[in-house]
Design a protein around this ligand. Sequence first.
Ligand code: MV4
Length: 505
Amino acid sequence: MKFKSLLVVNRGEIALRVVRACQELGIRSVAVYSDPDAHAPHVREADEAVRIGPAPSSESYLKGDVIIAAAQSVGADAIHPGYGFLSEREWFARAVRDAGLVWIGPPAEAIAAMGSKTAARTLAVAHDVPVVPGTTEPLADAAEAARVAEKFGFPVLLKAAAGGGGKGMRVVRSSAEMAGAWESARSESRKAFGDDAVYIEKFIEGPRHVEIQVLADTHGNVISVGERECSVQRRHQKMIEEAPSPAVDAALRRRMGEAAVRAARAAGYVNAGTCEFLLDKNGEFFFLEMNTRIQVEHPVTELVTGIDLVQWQLRIAAGERLPFPPDIEPRGWAIECRITSEDPSNGFLPSTGRIDYLHVPSGPGVRWDGGIEAGSTIGLHYDPMLAKLIVWGANREQAVERMHRALRELIVVGVETSREFHLRVMEDPDFRAGAIDIQWLERRLPSLLGGAAADESLRVAAIAAALIAHRDRTGGRVAGGAAGAVAAVESAWNRGARTDAFRDR
Ligand code: MV4
């Protein structure tokens, strides 16, 4: 290997994922941690660890200079940024390179080329990658936007040139709506990105979000390793991903793969990256943007291709050649559920606290990429994703059943999680038919969680049972009156009773 020691500049499950890749390649791994993460699994499993600051990301995981100094102080010769945090900051990729360290990711120039949505769009057009009809230049004012909209035909979508994550985006269905939408799109992009340039696209109704994983080595080999279907999302947060996509056949896979490879080549891409597409109801696809990092959902691709993407990120950075054939076809089916500390029955409100008990699913075809354990404290400083539950099956039906089974095995006590939500999705007829688009979840959510009241009554019943048992044991003397008694037994009994009650549902 070109490098012997790697600094893992992230936390949680992805930091642990990278540490594991290092272990398998015989590379020394060095974790970084903020104060609340001092005893986190990714820190313990790494060969060494460096403190980088207090809890806020802005004072720890985003401190580029502190992190580069940490790498030098421990003699690490490479940096893996994971996803989020510093992973797509051009200046950081450059600073790592300038410090004489190996950057496990694309060149700073490729990050920059894909960083602006309009620049990426222009690049795509120039290289025969289909994009949604619209402008590539920012518009001057609402009047120009209205004229352009008439030309493409309503509905249209105003988008922030600097955009991402749906910020600064407005659907406009008639010219009467334009002035208001124009102003709100501009002010939102100014606030989010410090840039109020807005352009226009034809609005695609009810598409799927399908993305192509690419790998590029330093010798000019760029390949597609297939698609992921990521349409099950809520407010631009993906909840469930799968590979392959129920809407993609071998012919479409080849065409989308070739388009993604052209986009990657155009950007001078090296390492693992992902091209995002919209796939409309007629099977037409449109390039949206390229994510210049390893993604959360990379394991579904690993399970259907047998390619260890994180290991290949390291091998590519070390100068190895990609040995894979050009047309990789998926084998079987993989599904990933993001297990988050959010309460689905309460508008996905983040839930905090200590994980008192954790039972991780196992058995055939089950993979758990987690960054937590019993005893972990979940706060509000970081992303609520606790772990990813990933399954593989010989076909989609088996994968869905396997995920349902694995979710039933999962027990997380101490914080609310998205588990129940995922169970309901696995039972849903639309999901089971693969009949999903990017609007499906938000349409379906009210009825999906309609049965949530059952949980609440079960909880009340469990507390009542605990109270009765407590009264019987204490001969009717209940300190602090009924309210105190509820508080006293709630913490101890609620956990146990709910764990048992939920076990065989
Ligand atoms: C679109 C679109 C429909 N038509 N563009 C959302 C975030 C940004 N990456 C692009 N997005 C969209 N662009 C046109 N012309 C719908 C979305 C969109 C979306 C895309 C992918 C995944 C989830 C989404 C949720 C809402 C809207």
